[in-house]
Design a protein around this ligand. Structure first.
Ligand SMILES: *Cc1c(COP(=O)(O)O)cnc(C)c1O
Length: 354
């Protein structure tokens, strides 16, 4: 246990929850009564507050708006049948948040502020955690530079915040995916391995172009040859070939090390499926499809957990699946859902009790 930081709590007089049903809410549209805000100034974190959710007043010269020192995380909280609240693997998100901070020349957020701030905030808005199956409270920690200064250099002041959004099931239909050969998400030496805001702004054009062609998302490939697969949109990707699972290795520094990815690897191993992490050439995938050994392709991430891919288009080749016959990815999803809804014992120690 780390020492509890000094967090000032100022609660709303009346909750907005009374006017809202938590069933089937769309992702990321509604926010709870409170938010956490902390400032980094003169080399230390101060003014740590939980207060009513409200707009920020920002200087137009705010450095984050001009030069993009901005990072975030995505985490989910769940309630069990007795009403106890749990957060899924938040310490892993803290670790990744501080890796993102270091890459972007931002200060680390100490464990006590991140964890105790999140715990207190979620506890304050505990009534906002939906209880229905497959519903959760999405937790969004983020940090951005706040210096009112137009020079290009690391800022000397930052804001760390956490906001909460109740969300319904993310029924993602099986997706049609376009293998991207023009645009690049990440190159070695870049920031593909961190959750920096700029990665998402720069990805929008490829995604919109693929949508105009009738696809849901792109499968990113490497920056040099456009041959080695990276990720599907903002999800990690898995291929079931024969009796093994394959996923791109993260050592290249161009892939975000998803916590769902890590959980899926653990569950596949528990299911007795060998997992191979390596550089994966799109031609291998095409070859496995032609040979009849490519069985399932799916994306993994906190928002949707597992998204099936029913079609993959690469040049003139089209891979198509009947996802209704799949066995492996539905079983992974079932096992993960059972852990998160506390239907089975938490044997991997993933559920952080509030
Ligand atoms: C957040 C994210 C993921 C998924 O990470 P999780 O920890 O599983 O939610 C994968 N790829 C990118 C680019 C992401 O931003």
């Amino acid at each position: 246990m780390v020492a509890a930081p000094d967090i000032n709590i100022q609660k709303v007089k009346t909750s907005r929850l009374q006017s809202l049903s938590l069933a089937n809410l769309p992702f990321g549209k509604y926010f709870t009564d409170h938010m956490l805000e902390a400032d980094y100034e003169d080399g230390e974190w101060k003014n740590i507050e939980i207060k009513p959710y409200q707009p920020l007043l920002l200087d137009p010269s705010l450095s984050a708006l001009h030069y993009g020192q901005a990072i975030f995380e995505g985490i989910k909280a769940y309630k069990d049948k007795e009403g106890n609240a749990y957060i899924f693997r938040p310490l892993d998100n803290l670790k990744r948040f501080n890796i993102s901070a270091a890459r972007m020349q931002m200060p680390e957020v100490p464990e006590d502020i991140f964890m105790e701030g999140m715990r207190l905030l979620v506890n304050t808005d505990k009534n906002w955690i939906p209880e229905q199956d497959e519903h959760s409270l999405y937790i969004r920690p983020f940090m951005f530079s706040t210096a009112p200064f137009l020079g290009v250099k690391p800022s000397d002041c930052y804001k760390f915040m956490i906001i909460l959004s109740p969300t319904g099931p993310y029924y993602s239909k099986p997706m049609r995916i376009y293998v991207e050969e023009k645009y690049t998400r990440a190159a070695p030496g870049g920031i593909g391995f961190v959750k920096a805001a700029g990665n998402y702004g720069s990805s929008l054009q490829a995604t919109e172009t693929a949508k105009q062609l009738g696809y849901d998302q792109v499968l990113w490939t490497d920056a040099f040859e456009h041959k080695y697969v990276q990720e599907i949109g903002t999800m990690n990707v898995f291929f079931i070939i024969g009796d093994k699972a394959f996923t791109p290795e993260i050592a290249s520094g161009t892939i975000l090390a998803g916590i769902t990815r890590d959980s899926v690897i653990t569950i596949l191993q528990e299911m007795g499926v060998e997992v191979v992490e390596k550089a994966i050439n799109i031609d291998e995938i095409m070859g496995a499809y032609k040979a009849g050994t490519l069985q399932e392709v799916f994306g993994t991430g906190t928002a949707a957990t597992i998204s099936s891919i029913k079609e993959l288009k690469y040049k003139d080749n089209v891979i198509e699946f009947n996802t209704d016959t799949w066995k492996v990815s539905p079983e992974i999803k079932r096992r993960l859902d059972d852990i998160r809804s506390s239907k089975v014992p938490d044997k991997f120690g993933w559920m952080y009790k509030i």
